[in-house]
Design a protein around this ligand. Structure first.
Ligand SMILES: Cc1cc2nc3c(=O)[nH]c(=O)nc-3n(C[C@H](O)[C@H](O)[C@H](O)COP(=O)(O)OP(=O)(O)OC[C@H]3O[C@@H](n4cnc5c(N)ncnc54)[C@H](O)[C@@H]3O)c2cc1C
Length: 379
């Protein structure tokens, strides 16, 4: 059976997120973007409504919900502001390595206290010399008795400067490359952990994106997630499971851009008529709608597969790649509908375009997504 309609609880959750996004986020989006301000007060409210840590099991203080629900909420939040929306959702990514590999004791020790309040987590993989090629990371975790000594620098880490907990990927054996990577859970108040430069980004400016530095950080062996050398697989599956909500975030931004363009096209008069009466503008609006509807279906398909706990690598890559590509196209076209006014900051569309760009880059660039898709096709 195929069913495209949402259940009553899903509809209610989507409506809750929509109201919250439109009332609490949208009015502040431009200010937080301009000032690159960390949206802590908004995250506190979102936490109070159960919109943070949605996929964490209820026993550990999360929502016990699925990726489908996460996608419904994410689209609403990022339609109001991609930076604030991703700041609210980033724990979903950062806690996935624990969801995949932590023992019940590790979940009790690290995840439960985190979820009890409006606390944040960050996932630390990327390094200055290792982006797409994660096997090239140089952060090391050297075993010393009952501890690991961690040394290295991570870069471009969302929530990096404001998190209470890191899921960290470091090499326990540099010679083994990707197969030498291990995963760890790191409270950010450990001695030797520090935050470096906060990046001045072109878009998604409300989420803190920072460098994180580890200098002789002593971490108990109990903080390792899974076995030594399992980190690469934990990381790949972490990305695969989280791509659907990045796709949903892209759909949210694209939807907001279309809504703004639709309104403007009916108000703006040139040659004695609204520009919406010109077929060139109508076709642009129609193409935007076609792309958004298609991207949402691919997003929901990928989310559904994640929730069914069946193989989702291929569909997650397609959903993330397509939705982020169309978010870029749709936001560029929305700006074109606004003409010269789209190019100035008084109107919201230039922000949508800046925000959309990041989705093509993180959670694996879209070139890497195409590698994953092609590998599956040629298998
Ligand atoms: C806003 C933002 C937030 C981020 N948040 C996080 C975070 O929270 N945690 C984290 O760990 N990282 C984070 N990142 C980092 C992100 O994951 C990396 O930027 C991304 O993986 C790409 O790595 P890179 O920037 O080093 O680019 P590179 O890997 O150097 O790639 C440069 C270009 O080459 C292309 N390329 C590379 N290899 C290939 C190949 N084999 N075939 C074809 N093309 C290729 C890429 O697609 C890209 O176009 C974030 C990045 C941004 C921009």
């Amino acid at each position: 059976m195929i069913n495209f309609s949402l259940g009553e609880e899903q509809k209610a959750l989507k409506e809750l997120a929509r109201q919250f996004a439109q009332n609490e986020i949208a009015p502040l989006a431009a200010e937080y973007d301009r000032e690159a301000k960390h949206p802590m007060a908004i995250i506190e409210k979102a936490h109070g409504l159960g919109l943070v840590n949605m996929t964490v099991p209820e026993t550990y203080g999360g929502g016990g919900l699925g990726m489908m629900e996460t996608c419904l909420v994410t689209e609403e939040l990022t339609a109001a502001c991609a930076g604030i929306g991703t700041a609210i959702m980033a724990n979903t990514l950062a806690l996935t390595p624990l969801f995949l590999a932590a023992t019940a004791e590790q979940m009790e020790t690290h995840v439960k206290p985190l979820c009890a309040g409006p606390n944040l987590a960050a996932l630390c993989m990327t390094e200055p010399e290792a982006g797409s090629d994660v096997g090239a990371i140089r952060t090391t975790a050297r075993r010393e008795g009952g501890h690991y000594a961690i040394n290295g620098t991570k870069t471009l880490i969302d929530n990096g400067g404001v998190a209470q907990l890191y899921s960290l990927f470091a090499s326990t054996d540099l010679e083994k490359g990707a197969r030498g990577i291990s995963a760890f859970v790191i409270p950010t108040d450990l001695r030797g952990v520090s935050v470096g430069r906060q990046e001045d980004k072109m878009g998604q400016r409300a989420i803190n994106t920072s460098e994180v530095i580890f200098e002789d950080v002593l971490v108990p062996v109990e903080n390792r997630l899974g076995e030594e050398g399992q980190g690469f697989n934990i990381f790949l599956e972490t990305l695969n499971r989280n791509k659907p909500w990045i796709a949903a975030a892209s759909v949210g931004v694209a939807r907001a851009a279309l809504e703004a363009a639709l309104k403007y096209a009916q108000e703006r008069v040139q040659f004695g008529q609204p520009i919406a009466s010109f077929q060139a503008i109508q076709f642009m609006l129609a193409d935007m709608a076609i792309k958004i509807e298609g991207a949402r279906l691919l997003t929901w398909q990928a989310a559904w597969l994640v929730d069914q706990e069946v193989r989702h690598t291929y569909q997650s890559a397609i959903g993330k790649c397509y939705a982020s590509d169309i978010a870029m196209e749709v936001t560029i076209d929305a700006l074109q509908v606004f003409g010269g006014y789209g190019y100035i900051k008084e109107y919201p569309v230039e922000k949508y375009m800046r925000d959309a760009k990041a989705f093509q880059i993180y959670m694996g660039t879209n070139e890497i997504q195409r590698h994953i898709i092609a590998r599956d096709l040629l298998r």
